[in-house]
Design a protein around this ligand. Structure first.
Ligand code: TRP
Length: 470
C-alpha cells in the first residue's frame, strides 16, 4: 500500500529548517527527554496511579499496567514522536501532511488534550489550595487536623476550587506563552530529581508505619482470587490501559507535538524507553508512599480521587516537621503537574499556530480561556453544580471517562493503524534512523505491535467500554 507515497517521502527532503526556527524547539536531546518525562510524570503518577490501583485490585492491576506499557505504550510513543519529528506539525497538521484522509485523527488528539486539560487543571487547583494551606501553617505541627473532613468541605465549596483551577491555568498559559522554552527544560532538570528525593522521604515514613506491609503486598502481590467475574476483570484491564495512556501522555497528540520540536540527532527509541521507565518509577514510589499509609490508618484504598488529598495529610501529621514537608511535597506535585499541563496546552496551542495560523500569544490566550471555562464547570461539580449530571454522571466523572475510555483509546488506535498500515513501519524506521543514531533493528517487533497487538488490545477495550460491559 502507498508505494508512491513511500518513495516520495524517502526522496523528498523534509523542509523543516525554516519551520523549525520559527516554531521553536528543544535545545538538545537531553532537554527533550526531560521535557517529555516532565509531560509524562505528573498527577497521573502521584494522584491517579495510587487511587486507580486502590480501586482496581492493586497487584492484578499493576501487572496489566506493566504489560500494557510494554505492548502498547512504547510502540505508540515511538510512533507519535516520529510522526511529529517527520512532519514538524501539531497532530492535525501532521496527519494532514502525510494523508489528508486522516486529518480527523489529529482532531481527536487536539480535542482530547483540550478535554483532559480542563479537568487536569481542576486537580492542579486542588494541589494549589493544599499548598497554600500548608504554607499558612508552616510553623504549626499539624496543618490539616481532620483530613477527611477538610477534603470533603474543600471540594464541595465553590470559591477555592475555582480560584485554584484558574491560577493553575494561568500558570500553564504563562509558560506556554513563552514558547518551547529553555525555562521548562531547566526547571525539569532541577525539580524532577527533587521530586524523587521527596517522594522517597515520604515512602520511608509510610513503609515504616505499623501494618505498612499490608499496603505493599496489596500493591505488589496480585490477588487473583479478587477477580470474581468477567466484568470485574474487564474493569481492571480497562483501567490499566486507561492509566497507561494517561500516564505516558499518549493518544492525545502530546508526543506528536513534542516530537515536532525534536532535533534529528535525538534517539527516539531510547527516549521511548526512558520515559516509561522513569514514569513507572515515580508511579511505584507514589504507590509506596500512599498505599501502606492507607492500610496503616485503616482508610479505604478504593476511596477514589480524594486518596492523595486525604492520606498524605494523615501521614504528614505523623511526621516531625510535617507541615514543612507537606508544603514542599505539594509544591513539587504542583510543579510535576504544571510540566504536564504545559504539554497538554501546547497541543491545542500549536494547532492554533500551525493550522489556524494564529500568533503564539493569541493562540495561547484563546485556548487557555476556552479550556478554563469548561474546567470551571468541572471544578464546581462536587459543590454548587453537583446536581448537573449529564448522562447521569458528575461532570468530573464524565470528562474523566470521556478522555480515558473513548478519546485516548481512539487516538491510540488511529496512530497505530496509521503508522503501521497507512504510512508503513519502513517510513517510521527511516525517520528513527535519521541523524546517525544506531540503526533500529527490531522492525518485526515494532511492526507486529503497531499493526496487530496494540490496535487489537485497544479495540477490545474500546468495544467493551462503549457497550458498557464494565
Ligand atoms: N501524563 C500526564 C500525567 O501523568 C498528564 C498528561 C500530559 C496527559 N499529557 C497528556 C494525559 C496527554 C493524557 C494525554 O500527569
Amino acid at each position: 500500500m502507498g508505494k508512491n507515497r513511500k518513495i516520495s517521502s524517502i526522496t523528498k527532503p523534509i523542509s523543516n529548517t525554516i519551520d523549525a526556527t520559527k516554531r521553536g524547539g528543544f535545545s538538545s536531546s537531553m532537554g527533550f527527554i526531560l521535557a517529555a518525562t516532565g509531560s509524562a510524570v505528573g498527577l497521573g503518577n502521584i494522584w491517579k496511579f495510587p487511587y486507580v490501583a486502590g480501586q482496581s485490585g492493586g497487584g492484578v492491576f499493576f501487572i496489566f499496567y506493566l504489560v500494557f506499557t510494554l505492548l502498547i505504550g512504547v510502540p505508540i510513543l515511538i510512533a507519535e514522536m516520529t510522526l511529529g519529528r517527520k512532519t514538524r506539525q501539531n497532530p492535525v497538521g501532521a496527519y494532514r501532511k502525510l494523508d489528508k484522509r486522516f486529518t480527523f485523527a489529529g482532531g481527536i488528539g487536539v480535542a482530547c488534550a483540550f478535554v483532559v486539560l480542563s479537568f487536569y487543571s481542576v486537580i492542579g487547583g486542588w494541589v494549589f489550595n493544599y499548598l497554600i494551606t500548608y504554607g499558612k501553617n508552616l510553623l504549626n505541627t499539624i496543618a490539616i487536623a481532620e483530613p477527611v473532613q477538610f477534603y470533603n468541605e474543600f471540594i464541595s465549596s465553590s470559591l477555592a476550587p475555582v480560584t485554584g483551577h484558574l491560577v493553575f491555568m494561568l500558570l500553564t498559559c504563562l509558560i506556554v506563552l513563552g514558547g518551547v522554552s529553555a525555562g521548562i527544560e531547566k526547571t525539569s532538570k532541577i525539580l524532577l530529581p527533587a521530586l524523587f528525593v521527596l517522594i522517597i522521604a515520604v515512602v520511608v515514613r509510610s513503609v515504616t508505619l505499623p501494618d505498612a506491609w499490608k499496603g505493599l503486598s496489596y500493591l505488589f502481590i496480585p490477588d487473583w482470587s479478587s477477580i470474581t467475574s468477567t466484568t470485574k476483570l474487564l474493569e481492571i484491564v480497562l483501567s490499566a490501559m486507561g492509566q497507561v495512556f494517561f500516564t505516558l501522555s499518549i493518544g492525545a497528540g502530546t508526543m506528536i507535538t513534542y516530537g515536532s520540536y525534536l532535533t534529528k540527532e535525538t534517539n527516539i527509541v531510547k527516549a521511548a524507553c526512558m520515559i516509561p521507565l522513569l514514569d513507572t518509577l515515580v508511579a511505584v514510589l507514589a504507590g509506596m508512599a500512599i498505599l501502606p499509609a492507607v492500610f496503616s490508618f485503616g482508610l479505604n484504598p478504593g476511596e477514589g480521587p480524594g486518596l492523595l488529598f486525604v492520606t498524605l495529610p494523615t501521614v504528614f501529621n505523623q511526621m516531625p516537621f510535617g507541615s514543612i514537608f507537606g508544603f514542599i511535597f505539594f509544591l513539587l506535585v504542583l510543579v510535576a503537574a504544571v510540566t504536564s499541563s504545559v504539554s497538554l496546552l501546547e497541543v491545542v496551542v500549536s494547532f492554533g499556530i500551525d493550522t489556524l495560523k494564529l500568533k503564539r500569544k493569541t493562540s495561547s490566550v484563546l485556548c487557555a480561556l476556552a479550556i478554563a471555562l469548561l474546567g470551571v464547570i468541572t471544578a464546581l461539580s462536587f459543590g454548587a453544580m453537583s446536581s448537573f449530571r449529564p448522562l447521569g454522571l458528575s461532570m468530573f466523572d464524565l470528562i474523566n471517562q470521556l478522555a480515558d475510555k473513548l478519546l485516548m483509546p481512539l487516538g491510540g488506535i488511529f496512530i497505530c493503524v496509521f503508522s503501521g498500515w497507512v504510512l508503513g513501519v519502513d517510513d517510521i524506521i527511516l525517520e528513527i534512523n535519521r541523524g546517525g543514531v544506531k540503526p533500529f533493528t527490531h522492525k518485526k517487533l515494532l511492526s507486529f505491535s503497531l499493526r496487530y497487538i496494540a490496535p487489537v488490545c485497544i479495540l477490545m477495550i474500546l468495544v467493551s467500554s462503549l457497550f458498557g460491559l464494565s
